[in-house]
Design a protein around this ligand. Structure first.
Ligand SMILES: [Zn+2]
Length: 253
């Protein structure tokens, strides 16, 4: 599943290629697309700004219309400068001259007014996003401590209401970088440990956004072993969603 760093990167690319431009094509050829009927409403409008809020993307158009997208597990954006269309029948096509942005699949794709998008309960409930301007590390750490208290750290980090944009890979790497066992309960962690893991999550996401890839630690390293000590990396499903936690029992305490 694309995590917040990926969605921020996609939004940046949409701004670069389509920002400030009028949509020459806006349609949804796939009949299964939630926007099959409404996508043409975007034709002729100017794409003002694409922004990521955690794993959600909002694309603002002239006339106070907003496209709200969440890729979920299987959705994809295809963004190209040269007019090369993907073969799949997309859920949404936006193009201005040769530049295009295409979404296939996804958990959510809808058009709404600016007012409705601003008041969307899911978006309003999102915790702070480490990649948004003004991210406050101490406030985010307090939020993790208060909302995640009785939960295991690795599970709490996946809750978008605590921190927005963190998915399975980032939480595994953040716990590893901070050298904290993801199975410990948040209430048992010191203030320094909590701040440490939030700081590592932010750092990993920043690195990923600037370099185009995340630092490689323990995530999916159960075969190659721990990059710090060379020992075996453990893997086990965690939380209600049973996402696989990867951790080094020797390095992470
Ligand atoms: Zn290790």
């Amino acid at each position: 599943m694309p995590e917040g760093d990926t969605v921020h990167s996609l939004a940046g690319r949409i701004n670069l290629l389509l920002g400030g431009r009028e949509m020459g094509i806006a349609d949804a050829p796939n009949p299964r697309s939630p926007l099959h009927q409404r996508a043409p409403e975007l034709e002729g409008r100017t794409l003002e700004l694409a922004e990521a809020l955690g794993k959600h993307m909002l694309i603002h158009f002239s006339g106070a219309l907003v496209l709200h997208s969440h890729l979920g597990m299987n959705g994809r954006w295809w963004i190209a400068a040269d007019g090369e269309w993907p073969r799949a029948r997309p859920w949404l096509r936006l193009a201005s001259g040769p530049a295009l942005a295409v979404q296939t699949g996804g958990r959510l794709l809808r058009l709404s007014s600016e007012v409705r998008a601003r008041n969307d309960p899911t978006l309003r409930a999102l915790g702070p996003d480490p990649l948004r301007a003004g991210f406050d590390l101490e406030a985010a750490a307090r939020r993790l401590r208060s909302l995640g208290a009785d939960r295991e750290l690795g599970e709490a980090l996946l809750d978008q209401r605590i921190l927005a944009g963190i998915g399975n890979a980032i939480r595994n790497e953040a716990c590893f970088a901070a050298r904290i066992d993801p199975w410990r309960r948040v209430v048992d962690l010191s203030a320094v440990e909590i701040e440490g893991v939030v700081r590592e999550a932010e750092r990993i996401m920043q690195v990923s956004l600037s370099d185009g890839q995340r630092p490689r630690g323990v995530h999916r390293a159960d075969r190659r072993g721990c990059p710090a000590c060379g020992g075996p990396v453990s893997a086990r499903g965690q939380g209600d969603a049973n996402r696989t936690a990867f951790w080094c029992p020797r390095c992470q305490r």
